[in-house]
Design a protein around this ligand. Structure first.
Ligand SMILES: NC(=O)c1ccc[n+]([C@@H]2O[C@H](COP(=O)([O-])OP(=O)(O)OC[C@H]3O[C@@H](n4cnc5c(N)ncnc54)[C@H](O)[C@@H]3O)[C@@H](O)[C@H]2O)c1
Ligand SMILES: O=P(O)(O)OC[C@@H](O)[C@@H](O)[C@H](O)[C@H](O)CO
Length: 536
């Protein structure tokens, strides 16, 4: 059984092996999509294939849609070249349910995959053509939080960004430069309307995308590198940047899941780790639970995607749902388990939830420290959501999610995942920020993690993070089991608002972080001992 157009002609064989297949005429869908695309997605990674692509597949199956998705990859072209193209853009979605059952679906709703890079001329000119189409309603993005950053830690534009700002929209190299250049194409085509929709896990994600694109539009406008009016078009009513909240735990492709598919007789399932460290395979594995809440602001209209389970609402509600999930009920718990999981040698999040201390720690962070500042969004009940996360989703033993995946880019996530709670305590006249004890414990754990030495005293590989060079250089000055000058070494990190969302000294939490870190640094076994001591 081969996962491509040819291999899927033998439908019976696939169905007999338990696979749900596309129930639509894919060639007809492909033709219609080429002629009148409505949805292009940037960031052809795992979540897109497990979530958005499957929603569109269901809507095609039900006859709600007659056009599919176009995937664009502007960071890691290998995903398209080594994965999408050999498989004619098909994926197998393996849904791992908490009761141990597995659902296998061949997803065919992505009908075109393109490398968003002017160096790939054919692909980029097709992208320009897509952006000129009046039918295009939305461009969506899952390009990670760092995908929207234009500046380095020193606050200077990254080299590729600075070069694109100077050169204009002709041959962009930076990610958002490419996106801005395509949007300029749409402007030239008659100032056509579009929704530019970030679906990344960052607070007010629409504003992040808007700020990044606007920086290019304004600079190009000012320098006379674009036709007058481009910046006004980007900031005007024809281009919207809705806020969203996305939720579906989608781990990297897992060997056990691959084994299930190999057993069924599918060939060519090899996982690739690209030179840019994307983990991808012809299949994706994910949990069943999913939420995608979107601010309903689509200047060019939209399809009835609510029929596929997406929730359209107002900005205020998205904000509340997003804060509930990203700042309290899911992602902070994930980051806690990621940091301590790496230090304590775990390779599965679900196994960590069997450790009573770690389980208690995330329960306290969720229920006691985070929950008091959560505002009920009305459409999803926070207590119910948190209970499901703690009792069903993260302990799901069938989910191959790892602390190492979640530890990726932690420096970019702490401000959102914990900083918002700290700020809310600081702003409250009822709550005392000094009562936050486990959040500082996580920060201390992260500093200990950055030493790259686990709780047994052995070296381990840190997950990728754009700030590792700076942060590791700081933490190298601390040696396990030795005393150190906290004021001199840790103060620059702990006072960095960009990392924590607040200056931890001004918040009054730095002393606790230093105390916990000092105890965790006492020697091998100290992390486990500290967790036990403070997680009563
Ligand atoms: N995996 C999940 O459980 C999950 C759930 C909800 C939301 N998300 C969001 O989706 C994002 C992607 O997750 P995924 O599972 O697809 O990861 P993935 O590793 O499978 O794919 C990452 C995608 O982001 C791109 N990318 C990586 N670094 C980039 C950079 N510096 N600039 C631009 N693009 C870059 C990659 O090329 C790829 O398309 C996450 O960062 C998160 O914001 C993920
Ligand atoms: O995707 P990231 O890197 O922002 O964070 C890692 C995980 O916490 C995240 O992917 C969750 O699995 C997801 O937010 C669940 O909806």
């Amino acid at each position: 059984m081969r996962l491509n157009e040819e291999g899927l002609k033998n439908r019976q064989e696939w169905e007999a092996a338990g696979y749900a297949l596309p129930q639509y005429d894919r060639q007809a869908v492909k033709k219609k999509t080429e002629e009148a695309p409505f949805w292009i997605h940037f960031g052809a990674g795992n979540i897109f294939r497990a979530f958005q692509a499957n929603v569109v597949q269901n809507l095609l199956n039900d006859g709600v849609l007659d056009r599919g998705l176009i995937a664009a990859e502007g960071f890691d072209g290998e995903i398209v070249e080594k994965l999408y193209r050999p498989h004619d853009s098909y994926s197998v979605l393996v849904t791992l349910k908490a009761d141990g059952t597995v659902e296998k679906t061949v997803v065919g709703s992505v009908v075109e995959a393109l490398v968003a890079d002017p160096a790939k001329e054919e692909d980029f000119s097709r992208l320009r053509e897509i952006f000129r189409q009046p039918s295009l309603q939305m461009a969506t993005f899952t390009i990670t939080e760092k995908g929207y950053s234009l500046k380095n830690a020193a606050g200077e534009y990254l080299d590729a960004v600075a070069a694109d700002m100077e050169a204009g929209p002709e041959k962009p190299v930076s990610y958002i430069g490419k996106v801005s250049s395509l949007l300029y194409e749409r402007f030239l085509a008659g100032e056509l309307p579009i929704a530019m929709v970030s679906m990344d896990n960052c607070s007010h994600n629409g504003d992040k995308l808007c700020a990044a694109i606007s920086a290019y539009a304004e600079t190009w406008d000012k320098k006379g590198l674009v036709k007058e009016g481009f910046a006004a078009y980007v900031s005007g009513k024809k281009v919207s940047f809705p806020w969203t909240m996305i939720d579906k735990i989608t781990p990297r492709p897992d060997e056990t899941v691959k084994g299930i598919l190999l057993n069924d007789g599918i060939e060519d399932l090899d996982q690739i780790v690209t030179s840019k460290k994307t983990y991808a395979a012809p299949f994706v594995n994910a949990e069943e639970c999913e939420y995608l809440v979107i601010e309903d602001d689509f200047p060019n209209g939209r399809e009835a995607l609510e029929k596929g389970g997406l929730i359209f609402t107002d900005r205020e509600t998205v904000d509340k749902v997003e804060k509930m999930k990203v700042c309290t009920c899911l992602n902070p718990l994930h980051t806690t388990l990621a940091v301590f999981g790496c230090l304590l040698g775990y390779d599965l999040i679900s196994k960590e939830m069997k450790d009573p201390v770690l389980k208690k720690l995330v329960e306290i962070i969720g229920h006691e420290e985070g929950m008091p500042v959560v505002v009920d969004p009305g459409i999803i009940r926070p207590e119910k959501f948190l209970d499901e996360v703690l009792n069903v989703r993260i302990p799901n033993p069938f989910m191959p999610d790892t602390p190492q995946r979640i530890a990726t880019d932690t420096s970019q996530k702490l401000a959102i995942r914990f900083g918002e709670t700290i700020k809310a305590y600081m702003a409250s006249d009822k709550l005392d920020v000094k009562n936050l004890k486990r959040i500082p414990l996580v920060f201390a754990g992260w500093l200990r993690y950055l030493m790259g030495i686990n709780d047994k005293g052995e070296k381990f590989e840190l997950s990728p993070d754009p700030m590792l060079p700076t942060l590791c250089a700081v933490m190298e000055q601390v040696k396990l089991g030795e005393s150190f000058d906290a004021e001199k070494i840790l103060k620059p990190v702990l006072s960095d608002e960009k990392i924590f969302g607040v200056d931890l000294y001004k918040a009054g939490l730095a002393d606790d972080v230093i105390k916990y870190f000092t105890e965790m640094n006492a020697g091998p076994g100290a992390v486990e001992a500290v967790l036990k001591k403070y997680t009563a």
